[in-house]
Write a protein of this length. Structure first.
Length: 332
């Protein structure tokens, strides 16, 4: 399970190896209600086949027509990267299906050298963050390590994009529910880490893309140094494991901390953490419990959907109009 941008790069690499000319197009700036965010990537094969998206349809159609007619990055007069804009006027925005006068600025480039693509795919497969910098004047590409939280940068001369898992999720517990949550988190481009010192719980062991961290949960959380791009969810139902992990998580910079359990169990847990570990009311208020959105979830897969939905809600800072009470009370 890879991010969309990495799949685009992988397909572009396959096309190039098969002898096709390939053009890469990156969204670098947006105004108004642009349908795709900065960094969105599109690959266009010489025959018009596409991978990825920069707008959702109409802009792609125009790009394909340009490239097939010889106006693209592979034309004799346009071998170097170039910029283009769509939706500068309301009329053009309407023509290309951009809502509310939205505007896209794009950079297109010919995929001539693929060593950097192979390097990006290899490094991201090792869960590394990679910054890719394109110099528009020459088409030169350089790669470097990226810091967590880094995003697209564009100054008109160079374009830097970041590939790899920018958000990470630590799951305390490796049972069936953890496997379901991990599967969804991977599809959402999270780096997924699992900690469970109990040898009997190895369900997530063979899930591709998941890293299992040895040790006790509290030690793992402490050593992880959770930052504003880290979510931590306790799913063991064992206070000896969950509480110690939560103790560290609630005093960290993690943007989301959640725990499995019914509303009554959560109240007891908060009282226990306050009395025995002297966590403040402000720290305890950070705990999402019962974890997840209240959608009537009952099966592991349904609960996993509710958990990841709430994590995305908090990550994107977009509370629902009528915010549901957190997860299903049936969590035990």
């Amino acid at each position: 399970m890879e991010s969309l941008d990495l799949r685009v790069l992988a397909e572009a690499l396959d096309w190039h190896r098969a002898g096709w000319p390939v053009t890469l197009v990156t969204v670098v700036q947006t105004w108004g209600s642009a349908p795709r965010p900065p960094g969105a990537l599109l690959a266009v094969r010489g025959d018009g086949a596409v991978s990825g998206s920069v707008s959702g349809g109409c802009v792609e159609d125009d790009l394909i027509a340009r490239i097939r007619s010889g106006e693209g990055a592979h034309s004799d007069f346009n071998r170097k990267p170039s910029m283009m804009a769509y939706g500068v006027s309301r009329e053009e925005a309407a023509r290309f299906g951009l809502p509310c006068g939205g505007t896209l600025r794009l950079v297109q480039e010919s995929l001539e050298v693929t060593a950097w693509v192979e390097d990006v795919l290899q490094r991201t497969a090792r869960h590394q963050l990679v910054a890719r910098t394109l110099t528009l004047a020459t088409g030169e590409v350089t790669l470097s390590d990226a810091a967590r939280g880094a995003g697209l940068q564009f100054d008109g001369l160079t374009l830097t994009t970041v590939f790899g898992p920018r958000w990470r999720l630590l799951l305390i517990g490796a049972g069936q529910l953890s496997q379901a949550v991990a599967s969804i988190a991977l599809m959402l481009d999270f780096e997924v880490l699992v900690c469970d010192p109990r040898d009997a719980y190895l369900v997530t062991q063979d899930l591709p893309g998941v890293t299992r961290l040895p040790g006790m949960p509290d030690d793992v959380v402490r050593e992880l140094l959770p930052d504003a791009h880290t979510a931590i969810v306790a799913l063991t139902h064992d206070p000896k494991l969950d509480d110690m992990a939560l103790l560290e998580a609630l005093t960290s910079d993690a943007f989301y901390v959640g725990a499995l359990g019914s509303a009554r169990n959560q109240a007891t847990r908060k009282q226990r953490l306050a009395e025995h570990f002297e966590l403040s009311a402000l720290e305890l208020d950070r705990l999402h419990g019962p974890v997840g959105l209240r959608i009537g979830a009952r099966t592991p897969a349904e609960i996993a959907v509710s958990v990841m939905a709430q994590i995305i809600e908090v990550k994107n800072a977009q509370p629902l109009v009528a915010r549901p009470v957190s997860a299903a009370a049936v969590q035990g």
